[in-house]
Design a protein around this ligand. Sequence first.
Ligand SMILES: Nc1nc2c(c(=O)[nH]1)N[C@H]1C(S)=C(S)[C@@H](COP(=O)(O)O)O[C@H]1N2
Ligand SMILES: [Mo]
Length: 329
Amino acid sequence: MIINVKKKSDCYEYEVTDQSVYLNRRQFIQTSSIAALALGSSSVLTAKEIGNDLSIPNSLSVSFNNILETPYGQSEKVAPFDVASTYNNFYEFGYGKGDPAKKAALLKTDPWNIVVEGEADVIGTFALEDIIKENQLEERIYRLRCVEAWSMVIPWVGVSLATVLKKFKPNSKAKYVYFETLYDPEQMPGQRGGNIEWPYREGLRIDEAMNELAFLAVGMYGSVLPNQNGAPIRLVVPWKYGFKSIKSIVKIRFVEEMPDTTWNMLAPQEYGFYANVNPGVDHPRWTQKQERRLPGGILFPNVIDTQMFNGYQDEVADLYSGMSLVKNY
Ligand SMILES: Nc1nc2c(c(=O)[nH]1)N[C@H]1C(S)=C(S)[C@@H](COP(=O)(O)O)O[C@H]1N2
Ligand SMILES: [Mo]
């Protein structure tokens, strides 16, 4: 007799216990209806409704020239663009995986300024194009592992975070770097309610931030980032759970103390500051030993083993020597 034992990671989409569990259900319903009202009966906007000067969801309209190829992820099977741009976590635009693609279209990403402050010699307000030069762009194909136990491979376009941070000349008190997403409830319907203390915030230890793998992306699949993926500029920290990779950044602050970060503030027993991908430390409510590599079907969930540091141990393990990764999850 064959007993069909379902592994925990063989979950179906409707069963996935996601990060939104911490968000008050009643507020969630209110927020959704406000968002629906604000956007009118149809939440999918056509190019005409959006206007030509704004980016159109799911289209690769603006491509970069002269992107430097790098060895990162050359042997990986990249997720189709349609999957990477329609299955998203971006709670500013709703909790459903399809919400960001439907609701982020109107986000105005140009002009875009970033405030740099704190423990650095060069601080102030900078235009995006003054921080990232188009002739410096490189492509890196990275695995993205969400704490919810799904993953995908995405070809990002951008520059290493270290290149950008060094321009601001952080001083010796800069032990951590803190990031904030845009706060604009008019444009981001999810910010009109819910339990998240907006804006979304994240942080890294300065040596993590200076690691060669940490990346600031302004594009993916050779073109500018779709809004739902964090346009016009987002962090990508491939050895950490996806929630560290903060989207639509407007503030960078060099600080002495470990900063408050969104998921750690919401549920510190479930989401740590470090959030390194670690199959040896389970989430309190589900295993982290495996992941569903997207795309995958309901009948054939593409379940694979999760790797320590998401497979980037050669590059980053040294950052944590002598540290307990069980305690510092
Ligand atoms: N501002 C902001 N950044 C965010 C999130 C969010 O809700 N808001 N979600 C995070 C989570 S949980 C993940 S898994 C990744 C998803 O990135 P992607 O949609 O580009 O795949 O973005 C991260 N960055
Ligand atoms: Mo995530």
